[in-house]
Design a protein around this ligand. Structure first.
Ligand code: SAH
Length: 230
């Protein structure tokens, strides 16, 4: 099964217009025909089942027959990830985060961040294809913030969970935390969190979480951390 993406401004009443790569994918790659059934999501929980009414040169017209609003998962899980230097590893981490249900992804520059610039265009297409591949109706926003403290300010009333390999004791997220409203899961970059950053997070009464006694790559930690909420 394939699903396709149309932002809300391309949806009017029971008419949807697919444009750009989505339209090309439908008509040129998958060679859909007029009257074929098709499913479209709007990235905000809308799930539309319909029929292709027109295939034009660079757009596809869809007539909606059935609409469903998919519920947002609860708790909402934001991933706060230190910018990983290696681009393909960063894209891998972002792709897994979407597949595993992150509601949004915030990349932060930490004291140990080696790399400055982020290829946002590539991250956005990674997120879009991961949403479609995992048949999700929500398109998680990806943003970059300049520092960890700026990030902490952004989530005043969320519960912060910090994956830190220096935490002794039991592994995993305490059950009680799994049902609270919004959680922010922090994973550091290759060089980990600095002592100051851990102090900053502890001062915000973060829960420090161990993901086992062995050191994981940041992108592996993202997967291990988020999969605890499945
Ligand atoms: N600080 C180490 C490794 C950092 S690994 C170093 O200096 O090389 C990158 C991130 O993955 C860490 O900041 C942490 O968030 C997460 N991580 C890796 N292994 C982990 C473990 N066993 N438990 C909890 N978090 C871990």
């Amino acid at each position: 099964m394939n699903i396709f993406y149309a932002p809300p401004n391309q949806i009017r009443g029971n008419q949807i217009e697919l444009l750009g790569q989505e339209a090309t994918h439908v008509s040129k790659v998958l060679r859909y025909r007029e009257e074929d059934a098709i499913t479209v999501v709007d990235g905000q929980g809308g799930w539309y089942e319909g029929i292709i009414s027109r295939i034009l040169r660079d757009s596809i017209q869809v007539t909606v027959q059935n609409f469903e609003k998919k519920p947002r998962r609860d708790p909402r899980l934001a991933l706060a990830l230190g910018i990983i230097k290696k681009r393909d590893r960063l894209e891998f981490a972002v792709e897994k985060a979407v597949e595993l249900g992150a509601s949004e992804i915030v990349l932060f520059r930490s004291e140990h961040t080696v790399k400055e610039n982020v290829r946002m265009d590539r991250l956005e297409s990674t997120v879009l294809s991961a949403m479609k591949q995992s048949l999700r109706a929500y398109l998680p926003p990806v943003t970059v913030v300049p520092s960890l403290s700026n990030l902490i300010d952004k989530y005043k009333d969320a519960k912060l969970l910090v994956a830190h390999e220096k935490k002794e004791g039991e592994t995993g997220v305490p059950g009680v935390l799994k049902d609270s409203g919004e959680l922010v899961l922090f994973v550091g970059p290759e060089g980990g969190f600095s002592e100051d950053e851990i102090t900053l997070l502890k001062n915000r009464d973060s829960e420090i979480v161990s993901l086992g006694s062995h050191r994981l790559r940041a992108e592996t930690a993202v997967t291990a951390f988020l999969s605890q909420f499945l």
